[in-house]
Each structure stands twice: as C-alpha cells, then as structure tokens.
Design a protein around this ligand. Sequence first.
Ligand SMILES: *[C@@H]1O[C@H](CO)[C@@H](O)[C@H](O)[C@H]1NC(C)=O
Ligand SMILES: *[C@@H]1O[C@H](CO)[C@@H](O)[C@H](O)[C@H]1NC(C)=O
Ligand SMILES: *[C@@H]1O[C@H](CO)[C@@H](O)[C@H](O)[C@H]1NC(C)=O
Length: 429
Amino acid sequence: MLFTPYITLATRFCLICLCSVRPQMSKAIIYIEETNSMADVTFPSVPQVFSLLQYDDTSRARHTPPVAGYPVVCVTACNPKYPDYDKTGSICISEHINDTLTRYRWLVSAPTSPDGVTSSMREVDFNTFFSSSKIITLDSVYFQAGSRVQCAARAVNSNGDEGLELSSFIVSISIEDGMCQPRVVGTVGAEPFSAKLRYTGAEDPDHPNLIKITVTMPHIDGMLPVVSTRPLSNFELTLSPDGTRVGNHRCSNLLDYTEVKTHHGFITNATKNPEVIGETSPYQYSAPLRGSSILRFYKNLNLEACLWEFTSYYDMSELLSDCGGTIGTDGQVLNLVQSYVTLRVPLHVSYVFHSPVGAGGWQHFDLQSELRLTFVYDTAILWRDGIGSPPEAELQGKSHIKLNIFKSNFSLYRMRQKQTNTVWCTLST
Ligand SMILES: *[C@@H]1O[C@H](CO)[C@@H](O)[C@H](O)[C@H]1NC(C)=O
Ligand SMILES: *[C@@H]1O[C@H](CO)[C@@H](O)[C@H](O)[C@H]1NC(C)=O
Ligand SMILES: *[C@@H]1O[C@H](CO)[C@@H](O)[C@H](O)[C@H]1NC(C)=O
C-alpha cells in the first residue's frame, strides 16, 4: 500500500495537534481506509464484439461475424446484454461496477490478405467531426468487409475508481454480408452523384424564396460522403473536430448544426428522417449507444435504398459570399428590358474511406462539378444606379449584377418570373 506524502504529513500534523492540545491523551488510533485496489474493479470476463444489429440477441450471435456497414458494439461482462450475464452480473454488482462509466477503446486492422497475411491491430484514435472512436459502439466508417476488429474496456466503479483494461477476442467483419455492398467488389465512385439547384418559390411553406441545393450519392459500406462548395484537401484535418473545417467549409455537410453560420445547413438538429417510421434496423436511432452527432449525420442516409441525400437552402448573398458562388450574364439578352443571368456554384464531392494501413488515415475519391441556375433579370434594374453599360461589357456588367442581386431579396426575382413566364432552369451534373 502506498501512502502519499500528503497523508503522512497530515497524519503527523494531527498527532502533534492532539498531543499539544490534549496532553493527557497517551494514544491515538488512526484508521486509514484502504482504497479499492484495481483488481477489485475488473470485469469478471472479457468483453465481446457484436454487430449492433444483434445487440438484443448476443447469445445467438456469438458465432456470427458482424455485417459490414453497420456499427459494432462492445459488450462487457457487466452489460445486461452480455451472453453470460446471469453468471457475471452478481460479481459486477458486488464490485459496484457501473457499466455506464466503462471506458472503451477500439482496434482495427486491414482484412487478411488472400495469401493469409494479417496486419497488426491499430488503435482507432481518430475522432471525426461527427463520430467518436472511444464509445461503446464503433461506427461503420472505421472498418470494411473482412476488417478485424477488437475492443478494450476498462471498468469503473460507482466511486469513479478505474480498474484494469480487458480486451475482447478479435472478430472479423463478414465478407458475405453487408448493408450496402458495392456492385462490383473493390469499385468506388463508379456510380456518380447527382446534384440539383432549384429556386423554391414564394409558395414553399418552409423555405420560401431560397435556393435549394440537393446532392444525392450512392452509399457503399464504410463510405463517408463529403459535400462542400470549396475544394477538399487534407482530410485528416478536414474530417477532424478541429475548428478550421468550420471556417473553410461554410456550405458543406462537414458542419454540425451548431456550427452552421448560414441560415440553413446540410446537417440539422434532426436525428431521424421524419419519412421513416420506426427503426428499420435495431438501435439505428439510439443516441445513448451511437451519440447524437452521428445520428444527425446519418439522418441523411436512407439505409434501405443505400442512398445519401443532403439538402440545404441558401439565399443569394450566402451563395455569393459564403459558398463561393459567382454570377454572370453570359452576354445573353432576352429583349430590351430583360437579360439572362446565371448563378454558378462550385461543388466538390468526395467518397472517403478509412484506411487502417498506412499513415494517411483516409482514402478519398474526389469529384467536382458546377451547379448553374439561369434566370431572367430586369435589365432596367441592372443598369439603374449609374453604370449603364451595355450587356456586352462583360466585366462591368457582372460586377454590377452581383451588387444588385446581393442587395436584393427574392420577391423581386419572383415578380420578374411571373411577368415574363420564364421557366427556371435546373441543371444537374
Ligand atoms: C452509473 O453512472 C451513471 C453516470 O454517472 C449514473 O447516472 C448512474 O446513476 C450510476 N448508476 C449506479 C447504479 O450507480
Ligand atoms: C430542432 O430545432 C427546432 C427549431 O429550432 C426546434 O423546434 C426543435 O424542437 C429542435 N428539435 C430537436 C430534436 O432538438
Ligand atoms: C423585398 O422586396 C420587396 C420589393 O422589392 C419589398 O416590398 C419587401 O419589403 C422586401 N423584403 C425584405 C425582407 O426586404
């Protein structure tokens, strides 16, 4: 047993006090309560890794490998879901182990190669802006079909004392079963994304007079989709919880809803798609097991259809000042009083995969596109306020339009639209 110098000094000090104040006292008995030793705060058996799909039926799941594309869960011997909890539970209670305080770590390695070579287990120590690698579940972006996964759990008792860490056996993620398997094994990004830019109109009940951006991407197991109007690079930094992401990608799905500085963002406070009734897969929407920021991100995934859909709404000045959009006339004139104006918004889309080998951490496949919206704008308004340059004068025209649209609100454009019967164009990639 170790005594800290503090206790020793304090004890001596007290003895001296007692002796000096009460000299008649010949003897003092000091009881020092022994602190719980680590050995007392240890799980009675090793934790086990299961697919979150099987969390309610761990006894039967013991010999089934977890499916790819769905989180895995670390079940300790003090978790009532543990297959032998009827034997281990009473020990946990007598040791006052509080399983909600358990500390988790995860280790992952690349799939075993065809010639049987296994790579070493590496700790997953990379939190992303939406996921943590230190909780009871490990999100499916951290592994792929055939990956080997292991968890380590440290027990904590109700006083907060930590015990020894125990590691689970290593499990291999199923190669046959996955939520969204690639059609051709090993291909990525073969199916392109689609993106749309649309003016919502004045009658839209929730988002009137805004420009709606919708990006749809096919999902495959382990994929992390990234959408931004700014070029994407340095994924270690871009995907991390670090704040530079917030400044650089103001119109992206990399922002949690509290970080969005525009009026709307791709990630909202919703943790569940309102069109989906109930849970289509067990614990899919469980915030205690998965964390609410993960749920906010995955709200955009339709796991049944294996399709991501990210939607956000911006006004014109946000598109120009925050999202890197530009506006120009293209030199097209409809008639004497009206001109075509085109809004262009760059779009960068990456399919990102966690890589357990190599130092890089993430593999990514980057695609790029441009969204365009052409509309009719009143030439009189364009040329009012002074400049008066003809539409051919591209440069002056552009900057002037930008200024005007920047300052205006959308009821103006709607008015033009009604009067001229112009169709709003939506261009997909
Ligand atoms: C376990 O810890 C949690 C979190 O601190 C607490 O809310 C809960 O009451 C504790 N349970 C027991 C049985 O001590
Ligand atoms: C989300 O935000 C809206 C509006 O700010 C609020 O009414 C709603 O209760 C919030 N929902 C959740 C789940 O926090
Ligand atoms: C938008 O513009 C219209 C007409 O140009 C004006 O009546 C309205 O008050 C403006 N709305 C806002 C919120 O500025």
